[in-house]
Design a protein around this ligand. Structure first.
Ligand code: NAI
Length: 334
């Protein structure tokens, strides 16, 4: 089988370190798919990325054909079939949101341009670096000639967190849970939704009501524990671990790309993709939706019911995405 070129930016960071070895081991693209890895860093990160490249060599991975480290975007994205944009500018003390968006536009705009110029014609791009949805929007807009649907942003970590919380509350294996959806922005405004989810094939709301002693108790748990816990899990990890989620983020990024290119097997998952107006989300925003893939890319699953409560939560998250887009536009970007 032909080798796939995978470019990972921010390769010297925490997520990069947790991600690269699993890609090299074939966990993302499958056991029959050789890979060329391209590690893109800023100059200050190149030395550490070279260290990671040495360790990748020491893994003697049968599928790993080559590893290249660079701080030049065109070199880094040359021939890329898959680009995982992990490196981003973190928010530092005293930084306003506008400053954060501008700093990241300065990264994701040029990277989008470099992808359009240098990547393979079938490139697919996952944005992990925050603010992920808006960074994906910026990269997609800058990548002239690359169809917007090739760009997505990571909300799979939020999805897995929701699945895990529901499974833990019901004391069932995570494999029993299907059809959870993360709607909106990858931020505290996101809406983790179980309205169309099932547990062991039965409606999740029904199973919860049975276990928690009625529909009201189920609703209270969803509103007061489940939704805020999933939406704020990133902060919880930082408080407990003393560092942000890295291995779980890498795991989610790997699953996102795996399912995008190998298909979801008919199961729904969540990913932030460019809206075509689905569920009333303004066209062009990168918003998390219920999705499936047959291997040719994520498609939004139509026709799920959103009740009034879900609708207003999605609207609030979409309003935040609109604000982010408008702030970027006001800076003359987009
Ligand atoms: P980190 O700080 O450990 O690593 C980031 C790396 O990116 C650094 O090595 C840095 O040198 C590099 N970098 C910065 N600008 C770059 C550029 N222009 N080109 C190439 N590399 C560049 O951060 P970590 O923990 O690996 O997280 C990376 C990003 O992922 C952060 O923005 C974080 O907020 C985000 N994240 C997103 C999640 C999601 O679910 N969407 C979950 C967890 C983290």
């Amino acid at each position: 089988m032909d080798a796939t070129t995978v470019t990972v930016t921010g390769a010297a960071g925490q997520i990069g370190y947790a991600l690269l070895f699993r890609i090299a081991a074939g966990e993302m693209l499958g056991p029959d798919r050789p890979v060329h890895l391209r590690l893109l860093e800023i100059p200050a990160g190149v030395r550490a990325a070279e260290g990671t490249a040495l360790e990748l060599q020491d893994g003697a991975f049968p599928l790993l054909r080559s590893v290249e480290v660079t701080d030049d975007a065109r070199t880094g994205f040359a021939g890329a079939n898959i680009a995982m944009l992990v490196g981003a500018r973190p928010r530092t003390a005293g930084m306003e949101r506008g400053d954060l968006l501008a700093a990241n536009a300065g990264i994701f705009g040029p990277q989008g341009t470099a992808i359009a110029a240098a990547a393979a014609s079938d490139v697919r791009v996952l944005v992990v670096g925050n603010p992920a949805n808006t960074n994906a929007l910026i990269a997609a807009s800058a990548a002239e000639g690359v169809p917007a649907e090739r760009f997505s942003a990571l909300t799979r970590l939020d999805h897995e967190r929701a699945v895990a919380q529901l499974a833990a509350r019901l004391d069932v294996p995570v494999t029993e849970i299907e059809g959870v959806t993360i709607w909106g922005n990858h931020s505290a405004t996101q809406f983790p939704d179980i309205a169309a989810a099932t547990v062991g094939g039965r409606p999740a709301g029904e199973v919860l009501a049975e276990r928690l002693g009625g529909a009201d108790a189920a609703r209270t748990w969803l509103d007061e524990e489940f939704v805020p816990r999933v939406a704020k899990r990133g902060a919880e990890i930082i408080a407990v671990r003393g560092a942000s989620s890295a291995a779980s983020a890498a795991n989610a990024a790997l699953r996102h790309v795996r399912d995008d290119v190998r298909g979801t097997g008919g199961r729904r998952t969540s990913a932030a993709v460019v809206s075509r107006g689905e569920y009333g989300v303004p066209e062009g925003l990168v918003c998390s939706f219920p999705v499936t893939s047959d291997g040719s890319g994520y498609r939004v699953v139509p026709g799920l019911e959103l009740d009034d409560r879900g609708r207003s939560r999605l609207d609030a998250s979409v309003a935040e995405l609109v604000d982010e887009r408008d702030a970027v536009r006001a800076l003359g970007i987009l």
